[in-house]
Design a protein around this ligand. Structure first.
Ligand code: FRU
Length: 487
């Protein structure tokens, strides 16, 4: 694996020609996705600034142009009319001021009076590499470029250098704007700090630290917090770091949420029970970002990075890494978030494949299973003899579903475990599985649980094997992202 010097990681991109050869080589990769947003070159991590504006969905991602490495981060812009077909729109925010000299880090968007403002963390480092995070703002111009305004505020001296990922929230009840930031207290506890203002672009001041009874000591840093209103609940989403959770195989990065009620006057989030819910039970999901639904205030659409911090992937050797999950519509059922793939994806369905006639699994497809009861053993990307592959198993006696990628030929990030489990107290009745060339997203029981994972099948890992009493439908899916070289 390539080792990167600091100079290489933080090299400034001066012209698109510097990365054209990289683009031309990576688009030949067998693992490039057909309907997921993926890095144009180099590394993609968090989704940012997801918003509906001017008849289009805008979605940005954290981008390091040079290779599969975290270095100087830009905001790369993609747009869609329908959340299904996406176009590359080029770089939006460049780390080109003193405030963001070592990266334009994650953040969010606010549509306001016909404009869109993007809020992000300017990752400033001085000559001794000491970090100072600034909360920055830009106006999105019609041509997709960013007009930088003055930064809103600098670091809060009462917390460590880890203060980032502004989520902008307008509270209709008191007419105030809030920015929630992920942070770390001086005694190294993860938390959320909040700033407020009467205007989206100026007059910001520190309002306080979010109180969350029962979550005062839960990981040492919280990344990418946000508070969404879904089905009448407040949902606090965040990524606590450096703690382990039962059933998560030693993984130390999690993406999850609390359901409850947010009181903006006392800055208290009261969870309706003390459970931290894992957002996605798969191997690769982090830093979720939600867009408000323009016509229904009780809904939101979620996208996450199908990847993890400190992880490595087989395409690292090809100098690219990272894709986003499918957009998922959120609602609350039985006091839990339900995530469903957005409806429009059905239009990607092409030819139906009859599994009575073939056991070859297309590399780009959707599989639907309606269970009639009992156990299930499903292997995707099995070998010709039916052995190996990604194993999805439901044990009806134990009422539990398991996803196991240990039998795939290309194994990676094995130190965090190769099996993920989720209890299904009411049993398994429905599975919808989206397969792209190097990912699998499994929606269990109409979105009651989701498993998102990267997989990298090799030649010969191309069969599907099914044991269980289920009616099955399989469709090839069409392409929804083009390999456009827009920088
Ligand atoms: C999460 C994160 C954010 C940060 C960004 C930098 O993956 O570490 O906290 O803003 O990535 O790319």
């Amino acid at each position: 694996m390539k080792t990167w010097t600091k100079e290489e990681r933080y090299r400034v991109l001066k012209s698109e020609e510097e990365i054209r050869p990289l683009f031309e080589s990576i688009v030949k990769s067998d693992y490039r996705q057909h309907y997921h947003i993926q890095s144009v070159t180099g590394l993609l991590n968090d989704p940012n600034g997801f918003v509906y504006h001017g008849g289009l969905w805008h979605l940005f991602y954290q981008w390091c142009p040079w290779g599969a490495v975290h270095g100087l981060k830009y905001w790369y812009h993609t747009v869609s009319e329908d959340l299904v077909t996406w176009k590359n729109a080029g770089v939006c925010i460049r780390p080109d001021t003193l405030y963001d000299n070592k990266g334009a880090y994650s953040g969010s968007a606010l549509p306001e009076d016909g404009e869109v403002y993007l809020y992000y963390t300017g990752n400033h480092r001085d000559e001794n590499w000491v970090r100072k995070p600034y909360t920055c703002i830009v106006k999105l111009r019609d041509d997709g470029t960013a007009e930088k305004l003055d930064p809103l505020f600098g670091p809060n001296e009462n917390y460590t250098e880890h203060q980032r990922d502004p989520k902008i929230i307008y509270n209709e009840e008191n007419g105030k704007y809030y920015i929630v930031l992920g942070a770390q207290t001086s005694d190294k506890k993860g938390c959320v700090i909040i700033y407020s203002s009467d205007s989206p672009t100026e007059g910001w001041s520190f309002a306080g630290q979010l109180r969350i009874p029962g979550f005062e000591d839960f990981g040492d840093m919280w990344e990418c917090p946000s508070i969404e209103k879904i089905s009448g609940y407040d949902v606090l989403l965040f990524c606590p770091q450096h703690l382990t959770l039962p059933g998560r195989g030693g993984s130390i990065h999690h993406s999850g949420y609390l359901l409850g009620h947010m009181d903006w006057e006392s800055l208290t989030f009261a969870p309706d029970n003390t459970r931290f819910h894992v957002l996605d039970f798969g191997f690769d999901s982090y830093a979720a970002e939600c867009a408000a639904n323009p016509s229904d205030k009780n809904k939101a659409t979620l996208v996450a990075w199908m990847g993890l911090p400190d992880a490595s992937y087989p395409t690292d050797d090809e100098d690219w890494s990272g894709c986003l999950t499918l957009p998922r519509e959120l609602r609350v059922r039985d006091r839990r978030l339900i995530q469903q793939p957005i409806d429009g994806l059905r239009k990607l369905r092409g030819a139906r494949i009859d599994l009575e006639e073939t056991d070859i699994l297309p590399r780009v497809c959707e599989l639907e299973l309606i269970m009639r009861g009992g156990d299930l053993e499903l292997s995707l990307f099995a070998g010709e003899n039916g052995a190996g592959g990604l194993r999805i198993a439901y044990d009806d006696a134990a009422r539990e579903i398991t996803v196991d990628r240990s039998q795939m030929k290309r194994r990676f990030n094995t130190e965090w475990g190769e099996e993920r489990r989720r209890p299904l107290p009411k049993g398994l009745f429905h599975l919808r599985i989206f397969i792209d060339r190097s990912s699998v997203e499994i929606f269990v029981n109409d979105g009651d649980a989701v498993f998102s994972s990267r997989v990298f099948p090799t030649e010969g890992e191309d069969r599907i094997k099914l044991k269980g009493d289920a009616s099955v439908r399989l469709w090839e899916l069409g392409r929804a992202v083009e390999e456009d070289f827009a920088v």
